[in-house]
Design a protein around this ligand. Sequence first.
Ligand code: NAP
Length: 246
Amino acid sequence: MKARVAVISGSSRGIGKAIAIELAREGYQVVVNYHKAKQGAEEVLNQIQAEGGTGIIVGADVSSSAGAQQLIDAATNSFGQIDVLVNNAGINKDQLMLKIGDKEWQQIIDSNLGSAFYCSRGALKNMVRKRYGRIISISSIVGLEGNAGQAHYAAAKSGLLGFTCSLAKEYGRRGITANLVAPGYIQTDMTAALNEVQRAHIAEGIALGRLGTPDDVAGVVAFLASPRADYINGAVIRVDGGLSSM
Ligand code: NAP
């Protein structure tokens, strides 16, 4: 059987990088996507190939319809199919509600929510034809609970919840599942601006006493992509070390 194909938006760094490497280890042919960090994407692919895996890198800005389609087209042109789509690309720009400009609002919505819509729409056409697909989107606990200074980011991440549940209902009968992963605080460039005092304070509020790693999230995504998760559809899995349940 031909190895399955996984497309991971925004996989040049952080959580997306860990997901791409993990899925390659599981035997997927992976499509590593970057927007600005081409060198990062090349390093991810080098690591995958050094471990015996296969993949390609695709530069595309998935916050636009055309960019996302470019990513999907590159995947199907290279491998003929898409089995797993991970909607991981995202950005945040913390700002108080009253200071969020129209441009910032749109940018955050397009990058975190629009990208998932554009990529999923493109990938679904291929998935529907072969009646198999796994769509896994990376939300955030902020999308489930809100956070001061992140109204735009929270709105986009919350939008992924309704989006995912709708896909789950619309495409379940065609063998396609859609699920959401909601990380808490994960150590990546996105949280790099936190100083030691802030980090210690956050860790105190997490039941497991530490921030998460990209691998903590990647393992859950690999599980959701695997046959062991075939009956999981429309679910939200929090990966936050017990932060939100405290
Ligand atoms: P990160 O280290 O800042 O990496 C973000 C990744 O997304 C990069 O590979 C970046 O690519 C890519 N990206 C951003 N905009 C893009 C676009 N328009 N088109 C294509 N790629 C784009 O962030 P991270 O922490 O790994 O976050 C990954 C996902 O997890 C995001 O959706 C984030 O909201 C979510 N999340 C993170 C945390 C956390 O604590 N870190 C918590 C909850 C949820 P380039 O570098 O090439 O531009």
